[in-house]
Design a protein around this ligand. Structure first.
Ligand code: UDP
Length: 326
C-alpha cells in the first residue's frame, strides 16, 4: 500500500479569528498545517483545541522579520495583520509592516518553496467607495494619511507586491478581498460593531451606534468566507476576488437586530462617527459566483444565532473570572 504525504500549508496569522478557522478547515481537508502568529492580536485559545493534532504545529513568530519553515510547502496563506480598526490604530506601524514587509517575506518564502500564495486582502482597498456595490475593477477611494490609511494602504501595497511576484517571479498567487466577516472567536473587545453590540446587549449596556447609524455594511458568516477562500486557493483565478455576503444593512438596523436576538433591554446610544468611516459597503460577488461557483449559504439570522452562543460563553467566562478576582 502506498501512503501519499498530505499537502503542507503555512497559515500566517493562524491564531487569529479567520486564521484559526482556516487551520480547522485545512486540517479537515487532510493538510498538514503550520500555524504562525506573533500573538499580538491572535490568541492561543483559538487554536488550543488543535494542540496535539498530528498534522498541526504552531510557531510563534513575527513574520515581518523573517519566515523560516523547514521542508517543502505547497500553500502559503498570508493572513497575519491586525484587522479591526481599534487594533490597527493601536498598532499602526506593525500593521503597515506586516502588510508590506510581512507580505514580502511570505512571497519570498512561496517563491523559494515553489508554493502557491493566497493573500488576505480586504474591502478596505475600496476605502469610502464611490461606486455601489463594489466590484473588483473599482480602484477605491482611500485617504492615505487618514487613521485607517495604515491598514488600507498596507493591503493595497500587499496586493501590488503579490501581483509583482506573480508577474516577475512567476509565483502562483491568489488574492481574496474580504468583506466584514463575523462568527465565533472574534474578540469580545476588538471594537468592531458585532462583538461590541453583542457584549453590550448581553450585559444590558446601551449599544453604541456611531453617527446616525445610516452607514451600511454587509456581514458574512465565517464558514462561508472560509469556503470561498478554499475554493479560490484551488482555482486558477489570479485577479482579486471579493468574498462577502451582499446582504447589506444599516448599522442602526443591525444594532436593533442584535437587541432583538438577545432579547435585551438595552437601548441605543449614538456616538460620534469615527473619521473616514466608509458610508456604504456591499460586495458585488459576480466573479466569485462565475469563477468559483461560490455564494454564501448562511443568512444573517442563522449566522448570528451561531455567534450568539459563543459570545454568551465568553461573557459568562469573563463574569466568572471577575467574581473570582473580587
Ligand atoms: N460601529 C458602531 N459602533 C461600535 C463599533 C462600530 O456604530 O461600537 C460602526 C462603525 O463606525 C462602522 C460599522 O459599525 O460604521 C462597522 O464597524 P466595524 O469596526 O465592525 O468594521 P469596519 O468599519 O472595518 O467595516
Amino acid at each position: 500500500m502506498t501512503t501519499s504525504t498530505p499537502p503542507r500549508t503555512l497559515i500566517t496569522g493562524g491564531a487569529g479569528f479567520l486564521g484559526s478557522h482556516l487551520c480547522d478547515r485545512f486540517l479537515a481537508e487532510g493538510h498538514e498545517v503550520i500555524c504562525m502568529d506573533n500573538l499580538i492580536t491572535g490568541s492561543p485559545e483559538n487554536i488550543g483545541h488543535l494542540m496535539g493534532h498530528e498534522r498541526f504545529s504552531f510557531v510563534k513568530l513575527d513574520v515581518t522579520n523573517f519566515i523560516y519553515v523547514k521542508g517543502n510547502l505547497d500553500y502559503v496563506l498570508h493572513f497575519a495583520s491586525p484587522a479591526s480598526p481599534i487594533d490597527y490604530l493601536k498598532f499602526p506601524i506593525q500593521t503597515l509592516k506586516v502588510g508590506a514587509l510581512g507580505t514580502h517575506k511570505a512571497l519570498g518564502l512561496a517563491k523559494e518553496k515553489d508554493a502557491r500564495l493566497l493573500l488576505a486582502s480586504t474591502s478596505e482597498v475600496y476605502g469610502d467607495p464611490q461606486t455601489h456595490p463594489q466590484k473588483e475593477d473599482y480602484w477605491g477611494n482611500v485617504n492615505p494619511v487618514g487613521l485607517r490609511g495604515v491598514y488600507d494602504e498596507a493591503k493595497r501595497f500587499a496586493e501590488a507586491m503579490t501581483m509583482a511576484y506573480h508577474r516577475y517571479h512567476d509565483v502562483e498567487t491568489r488574492i481574496v478581498r474580504i468583506f466584514n466577516t463575523y462568527g465565533p472567536r472574534m474578540r469580545l473587545d476588538d471594537g468592531r460593531a458585532l462583538p461590541t453590540f453583542m457584549k453590550q446587549a448581553l450585559t444590558d449596556q446601551p449599544l453604541t451606534v456611531f453617527g446616525d447609524g445610516s452607514q451600511t455594511r454587509s456581514f458574512c458568516y465565517v464558514d462561508d468566507l472560509v469556503d470561498g477562500i478554499y475554493r479560490l486557493l484551488l482555482s486558477d483565478q489570479v485577479e482579486p476576488v471579493n468574498i462577502g455576503n451582499p446582504d447589506e444593512i444599516s448599522i442602526l438596523e443591525f444594532a436593533k437586530e442584535i437587541i432583538e436576538l438577545t432579547e435585551s433591554d438595552s437601548e441605543i446610544a449614538f456616538k460620534p462617527l469615527p473619521k473616514d468611516d466608509p458610508q456604504v459597503r456591499q460586495p458585488d460577488i459576480s466573479r466569485a459566483k462565475d469563477v468559483l461557483g461560490w455564494s454564501p449559504s448562511y443568512d444573517r439570522a442563522e449566522g448570528l444565532r451561531e455567534t450568539l452562543d459563543y459570545f454568551e460563553e465568553q461573557i459568562a467566562k469573563r463574569q466568572t473570572k471577575e467574581t473570582a478576582e473580587v
